[in-house]
Design a protein around this ligand. Structure first.
Ligand SMILES: C[S@@+](CC[C@H](N)C(=O)[O-])C[C@H]1O[C@@H](n2cnc3c(N)ncnc32)[C@H](O)[C@@H]1O
Length: 198
């Protein structure tokens, strides 16, 4: 992690939620993500780690609509300030920590779900980051990684990401997220979700 990277994300924070999939302000986009994630984070009142949580949109969704106990981690104070502001009245109220998601300062073996959207690609060592994320899971915990390879050339291909997770987990499934309702319109990017139950 470098201070440069952190400063770049700090600068993104103010307008971050303007993107349809970031702010989930459009009810159709919001519904698409709720319909995708709530059944995957099965049950209520689970312990969820949202790593690289940004402005906390998914943390808010999972706490408010799933009743989950969410710990969000992001190294950008500007992102975390917005996440805290958004969830001030949410029950159960998510807890947000300013820290490096490559080695999250959370208790190993205590999370039912570790979720991360659009963060692994930015990790200097994705395999090592994944290892520390998997360490957070209980023996029956579920890893959910949402990633992409953007038309700009930035990101991880589904093949690469699938392999990274498969190197460390036995049960790994890939789902392509090509429905425009997730993104507020059609996209030519490669977007997908990888889920690894125990
Ligand atoms: C594309 S945003 C995704 C935010 C959120 N997960 C979402 O889907 O709305 C990437 C986020 O990862 C955070 N991030 C990048 N590298 C990080 C690191 N090493 N430690 C913690 N957070 C990091 C950035 O600050 C930013 O908030």
């Amino acid at each position: 992690m470098t201070n440069d990277a952190r400063a770049l994300w700090d600068a993104e924070a103010e307008a971050f939620d303007d993107a349809a999939d970031h702010g989930l302000r459009d009810p159709e986009v919001h519904r698409a993500w709720a319909d995708l994630l709530l059944p995957l984070v099965n049950g209520r009142g689970l312990r969820v780690a949202d790593l690289g949580c940004g402005t906390g949109t998914l943390s808010l969704l999972l706490a408010a609509e799933g009743g989950h106990f969410v710990s969000g981690v992001d190294f950008s104070r500007e992102m975390i300030d917005r996440a805290r502001g958004k969830t001030e009245k949410t029950i159960p109220k998510p807890v947000f920590i300013v820290a490096d998601a490559a080695e999250p300062p959370l208790s190993a073996g205590t999370f039912d779900v570790v979720l991360s959207r659009h963060v692994l690609w930015a990790m200097p060592n994705p395999a090592a980051a994944l290892r520390s994320w998997i360490d957070l899971l209980t023996p029956t915990g579920v890893l959910i990684v949402i990633e992409g390879r953007w038309h700009t050339g930035v990101g991880l291909t589904a093949d690469t990401c699938f392999q990274l997770v498969s190197d460390q987990r036995k049960n790994v499934q890939l789902r392509i997220l090509d429905d425009p309702s997730y993104w507020g319109g059609p996209t030519s990017d490669e977007r997908y979700l990888i889920i690894s139950p125990s």
